[in-house]
Design a protein around this ligand. Sequence first.
Ligand code: SAH
Ligand code: SF4
Ligand code: F3S
Length: 459
Amino acid sequence: MNRIDFTHNTQAAQIIAANYDSPPLAFVHSFGCQQNVNDGEKIKGVLMDAGYGMCDKFEDADLILFNTCAVREHAEERVFGNIGALKQLKTKNPKLIIGICGCMTQQEGVVERLRKSYPFVDLVFGVNGIDILPQLLAEKMQAGKRLLKTPTERYDVVEEMPIRRDSTFRAWLPIMYGCDNFCSYCIVPYVRGRERSRKSEDILKEFRQLVQQGYKEITLLGQNVNSYGKGLEEPIDFADLLALLCQEEGDYHIRFMTSHPKDATRKLIDTMAKYPQICKHLHLPVQSGSDRVLKEMNRHYTVAQYMDLIDYAKKTIPGITFSSDIIVGFPGETEEEFEQTLELVGKVEYMQLFTFIYSKRSGTRAAEMDDPFTHKDKTDRMAKLLKLQESIASRLAKEMVGKTCRVLVEGHSRQEGTLAGRLDNNLLVEFQADSDYIGKYAQVVIEDARVTILKGKLA
Ligand code: SAH
Ligand code: SF4
Ligand code: F3S
């Protein structure tokens, strides 16, 4: 496990400072999942350590950095569109540095496209350059030309990185990095590298700090949290880690994502049941309701095994809610197979569903599969799925009316004088109260339900 060599970053900071008359400003934006958002917080921490101030408008920035996501084609094209829009800023301010990092730039093809078609992009590095970012910037400044790193694989875990968190009451806490599952549609294992878990002592240390700093919601992150502990010297699994963290005294609650169904255990459900600090909500992405499609997806579970776990969770934790990810139109998915997904969604009754039309990612196994169905077939299926989910979600939300729930107040809602907060099950509730409640817990009586937003009043 590597520790940052701060001496090199200190030297780099001096080189950076010498380039500006006053402390430079950076605009950092992260696309994609929470892991990426957490990386973005570390990028900001490292930059601030190197003497940068942060700004909210890219027009004000001396450094613009996009931390990108590669999971679907649409996500990538959006990033390319955003990069294109920066070109004119560069003509106004030739000293501006435009940097692209994250999952997209772990692909050689993307680095090539940036090299050829986006000459105003100055700096490119993958998911592993965050700890040495000041050195990359100094190198770029000294060389006076573009610095485009080709993707490299680095399998270490860097601890003790500086961090500037976006929130003062909700925190992301990565427990592992990378993914070894190679679901046949997914690019993540290629861009994020092999699975590596953080030592439990390092996680516990960060967790304690967060609780002491007053963080209320701590979300444990990993592409598959259920494979936590594999490869560590200490014998520990994800349920053990949860139990360990729950020994900490304090006013907080824990969420986690993502749980891969193939490794989710009854022990995990029992642990959720045992500790009141763990939210009674499980995000358990099923992807499809067809055993054949699941096999082609390389998911390593059947619908029956999935339902067995859901049923056990419902029995063990009364009132538990679920959410899921579903891919519509995986190559070769037939109408009947899609109907099986609808059937499963109807049985589980998810509180929330994140639905995606299959997107071809080159280099993955599914990219080689025959795909006889049209985009129109897929959007039709998507519409059916969304309609079903809306009816389920609004029914579940209506069942909440009359209940008194603890919510973590997140901020103002669109309506003046009202705040919005989240329940254990991730649903948003709006209610009238003054701003003092932001970042704190409130007891709220649910009075009305509109599909996914609840209305309530302070209890
Ligand atoms: N590691 C997590 C999720 C990572 S990506 C897990 O295994 O659940 C988040 C979601 O994006 C996935 O669950 C999947 O539903 C979706 N996704 C991933 N690759 C995709 C692709 N090529 N096309 C469409 N959706 C995809
Ligand atoms: Fe992708 Fe599957 Fe890994 Fe999730 S578990 S990141 S879907 S390969
Ligand atoms: Fe996207 Fe990378 Fe996350 S591809 S979903 S940002 S791990």
